[in-house]
Ligand binder design. Sequence first.
Ligand code: HEM
Length: 449
Amino acid sequence: MRETLAEAVALPSVLATMVHSLIEAWPAPVYTQPVVTTRFLGTRTTYVCDPRLIHNLLVDQAGSLERERFMLRALTPALGAGILTADGAHWREQRRTAAPMFRPDRVRSFVPAMAEAARATRARWLADGSPGTVRDILPEMMRTTFDVIVATMVSGDSRLEVGPFGRAIDTYLGQTGWTIALAMLNMPGWTPHPGRQAGAEAARYLRRSVAETVARRTARGEPGSDLLGLLLQARDPETGQPLSDESIIDNLLTFVAAGHETTALALTWTLRMLAEHPEIENRVLAELASVEGDRVADPEAVDGLTYTRQVVMEVMRLYPPAPLIVRRATADIGLGDRTIRSGESVHVPVYALHRHDMLWDAPQRFDPDRFSPEAVAARSRYAYLPFGAGPRVCIGMGLALTECLVILATLLPAFRFVPAKREMPAAQFRVTLRPKGGMGMKIVARHGR
Ligand code: HEM
């Protein structure tokens, strides 16, 4: 009784912290203990940071888990029931139908389109007559990754406009802090909150733009060879069935939303971290010299960028674009010496896992050598989860990593990035991990280019 009263008194401040950034509401022991269980307003939540238990949970017991309701409440108004948000048979059908679209050979075939989008950004920045002005790098990177998505997914038929689309995603994600916090506190779905109306309008706009794009393509009668074409032609390998019209819209929007913002965040944090660490930047530049000129569009040359890849991996350790993996148990499951009861939430707090005292030496230090082949082989694969693990591992992982390398290889040799402020922006949870207040930097052309 007393406990409940204390919780009720604490509620407004807990709500405020959750809305501001869910990560700040995590209990401090998630950074030092393997498993932490909390109870708030009668709800038990378990946080798992032990790689062995994470493997057991996300791989061995995946069949007894589903998407957590508060994440669904945040995402389904925009994404419907696509691969990211569906569960059970509907998820399985869509996942196995779409899987061939993200095979390594497909991803490699997209490299020239990625290089073209990156070159467009370089040309835009070079043409800009005000090199000393501070710009927020996140929208710049969002524009570049959006161009990649349009070129690889809906080339020729896009009804997706980068400006309004990006703003709609911002508006939508901006209010998810409220949706998630209210859902976690068991408040009903209709509870009013700031940004709710604008979020609903943004979701409608996003779905309408994607539906129009699909309609244009279908009207042409020729599916095309980009990702939309592949989606339209995809057949379930078990049943031979195509995806429904609704499913095509859900998934195209899921790929656009899940794919471009996360990748833009990885790039944004990378540019900032390189600006902080000139000796690492120099090593990257030396490697990138091997792909200067047209070789950046050559998939084999991109495969050879091993140190640059290590840098991106290390950046995603400190700033994982998707900082939380969360599931709901659909049956009682054993996890080490604990039981997670049916209906309870299990969190893999990726941001904390990647900075965990027991797993990383000097966790706050930026050190891309942590991702040398030897260091990776000596560590559990489940200590590092920027793309998740198990059957629901990110379907676009290969695409995202290749895209990061192509964009860095095009932009970094041409520009220096000078942070507008000395302090690193705080990392804020908005489903993804965003730099609070943006990532202001000056973009300065390097000499002789
Ligand atoms: C750096 C960029 C990216 C990061 C960090 C990232 C991260 C993640 C993570 C952590 C998950 C697993 C979520 C969970 O288990 O609950 C996931 C799932 C997913 N991602 Fe990505 N992602 C990235 C890029 C992409 C791209 C480029 C696409 C597609 C074009 C994509 C599409 C998806 C989809 C569809 C899922 C759901 C998979 C399923 O549930 O079966 N992601 N992503």
